[in-house]
Ligand binder design. Sequence first.
Ligand code: TPP
Ligand code: SF4
Ligand code: MG
Length: 348
Amino acid sequence: MSTTLTPPPPKKVNRIGLEVLNYKGSKTTLCAGCGHNAISERIVECFYEMGVEPWRVAKFSGIGCSSKSPAYFLGLSHGFNGVHGRMPALATGAILANRNMMGIGVTGDGDTASIGIGQFMHLLRRNLPLIYIIEDNGVYGLTKGQFSATADLGSKLKTGVINDLPPFDCCALGLKWGATFVARSFSGDKKQLQAILKTAIVHKGLSIIDVVSPCVTFNDHEGSTKSYGYMKDHEQALHELDFVPAFEDIEVDIPEGEVRDVQMHDGSHLRIKKLGRDYDPTVKLNALAALEEAEKRHEVLTGVLYVNTEKPTLLDMLNMTDEPLATLPQAKTRPPKEALDEVMEELR
Ligand SMILES: Cc1ncc(C[n+]2csc(CCOP(=O)(O)OP(=O)(O)O)c2C)c(N)n1
Ligand code: SF4
Ligand SMILES: [Mg+2]
């Protein structure tokens, strides 16, 4: 009697032949249920599905539970965990030194809007090509839950302390001061966050993605405005999003008047389906007005607030070379001897 062995099913791979496993990182050490874990999972899925070469990605972060999360995704990528609130300077230096790398920064609301607000503002005016994710829970999770500068006015800590200062809205800052892709999402909204992340992966410029990401240990109670419960009752999606990458067939039926289509640099499409209102995310004033209105109504507006595919990046403005600076020969990085002799002559 002969036994036939069934071969194992073929491994599922993406368009560059990698398995999803190749996009994972170490096992998370964050609390079970922390919103930050869901964001790491979305990053793994999106980089896998987009077929990004992980060794071409540079991950940056500061200090905080959120800033620990780059350890939990893209284990084959380069990573740099810097000082609290100083990630933008690190990312700027690294991306300038090698424009072939795709930069992704993961930070917290404290890391960005409290101690790091100065660095954040300077990053915004530079339009550095970088995916900048703020895992926004309104508190300093790592140091046991004090209010951060994105905590809403009137939000309550577990101890009963009420926040009596108005928040910085990182999306409004991004819009006003120069980011070219600005979105807000919720860690619990898988589909929306995936479409936003995929768009950011192909966007040529600075993407600010503020993701409300509840801290289950210190800020998920009644009275908090960054809890799962509050988001369930107050999230207002601007539109329904669908991302069609350049490598997929985009021939799909679009119901006229219902869908807005934004073409990205690489030929990918961000499909924006109307939900109630007609919203054009290429007009900055629309975004600022929508945020103001939402604040008055105590709503958390999510979706793509703004996208600008025209503005030159910092790398274009500086006319940076394609070659990594570390590999340039001295002949290309120093003025020639004759030029130096000429300067010396002028000083004589
Ligand atoms: C210079 C400096 N000041 C203060 C701290 C203490 N500290 C560590 S993490 C943190 C805040 C983290 O909050 P956030 O960025 O919102 O991250 P989360 O833990 O909430 O994800 C603070 C104040 C520090 N590590 N370094
Ligand atoms: S303390 Fe809060 S932010 Fe930190 S891992 Fe736990 S749930 Fe997440
Ligand atoms: Mg925080």
